[in-house]
Design a protein around this ligand. Structure first.
Ligand code: ZN
Length: 328
């Protein structure tokens, strides 16, 4: 994994609609200074409101990952965050003139394409990484999420739907810019037709269409172009997982296994990581010496983490995220 922090060489811009709100949105992703992480700004409110991309700002995980500060929110953050994390961007400022990241084609590919076009810029500061040293495991009914020690960043996912076109799919992947861009980035979000109809009646998925989601009815895939991968569904689940884990605020050295999980479980895992400093350490590359060995710079306490990673500290008391599932 890269030892230096990176931002992007120049600003990139997107325009599109929000999957759930149906709102038109313009978005820019801009270069940012070292140690500032990823932060979102709403520019349409008469005042500039900043919401850092951190797990402590998650306000809703039911259909997408929504971040909020006071009464201001930004939803469907996960595909863009996956693109930034997958392509190794540590610091960036994201400006939006509405309340939802544009869904584009339902995947992270349009973001990755422009990120690649402008390229990464190496910055003069070493990365801080969160190295998992002990296993953390969370079970909820038949869903499960685990993070365990691993020398790199690896994700494994499994889904199991009763639908004949989806069924059981499994995939395990060592994540770097190349594998992310090749294997994960273009996997689209998906939904079942009866769910989409229910969501529409409840004022959600208003921007959804066959241009930005795979839609499946009882027996077939409604998109005329078909699937991009035979197991596109589990690939998209891994995309969501990578995007949500970016809310830890720094790269992770560990292996995450997610079985039948969603945004709510991803958040639970991050909260468990934050609550169990005995299960990880912050580490940083040495900046001098030719042997480029890892050096532990900070012991694993949240207070110590704050000195080098400001977003890892909870900002006072925030409301409990709303993770109650919508009725099926
Ligand atoms: Zn998604």
């Amino acid at each position: 994994m890269d030892k230096w922090q990176h931002t992007i060489n120049k600003t990139i811009s997107f325009a599109g609609i929000g999957l759930h709100s149906g709102n038109t949105v313009r978005m820019s992703v801009k270069p940012a200074d070292v140690d500032t992480g990823i932060s979102f700004f709403r520019t349409d409110l008469g005042r500039k409101v900043m919401i850092p991309a951190t797990l402590y700002r998650v306000s809703d995980t039911r259909l997408a990952t929504t971040l909020a500060k006071d009464d201001v929110s930004i939803s469907t953050t996960e595909h863009l965050l996956a693109a930034l994390s997958g392509m190794g961007i540590d610091n960036a400022v994201i400006e939006l003139d509405n309340d939802e990241v544009p869904i584009m084609d339902g995947s992270a590919a349009p973001f990755v394409q422009l990120l690649k076009k402008v390229g990464r810029k190496r910055q003069k500061a070493a990365r801080v990484m969160l190295k998992i040293t002990r296993k953390i495991e969370i079970h909820n009914g038949d869903s499960m999420i685990i993070i365990e020690p691993y020398d790199g960043f690896k994700v494994s996912g499994e889904i199991n739907f009763s639908h004949p076109l989806v069924k059981k799919q499994k995939l395990s992947l060592e994540v770097d810019a190349e594998t992310f861009s090749r294997e994960i980035a273009s996997a689209r979000t998906f939904g079942f037709l009866h769910e989409v109809e229910y969501l529409r009646q409840n004022g959600k998925a208003l921007g959804g269409s066959l241009d930005n989601a795979i839609v499946i009815d009882q027996s077939e895939i409604l998109n005329s172009e078909g699937l991009r991968f035979s197991n596109e569904f589990v690939r998209h689940k891994l995309l969501d997982l990578i995007g949500d884990l970016a809310l830890l605020g720094c790269p992770v050295l560990g292996h995450v296994t997610a079985i039948k999980s969603g945004h709510g479980q991803h958040l639970q895992l991050m909260q468990a990581i934050a609550d169990h400093p005995e299960c990880w350490q912050f580490i940083k590359w040495t900046e001098n010496g030719a042997n480029s060995a890892f050096e532990k710079v900070v012991m694993s306490t949240r207070a110590a983490g704050n000195k080098i990673l400001p977003f890892f500290v909870p900002p006072q008391v925030l409301p409990v995220p709303n993770s109650t599932p919508l009725p099926a």
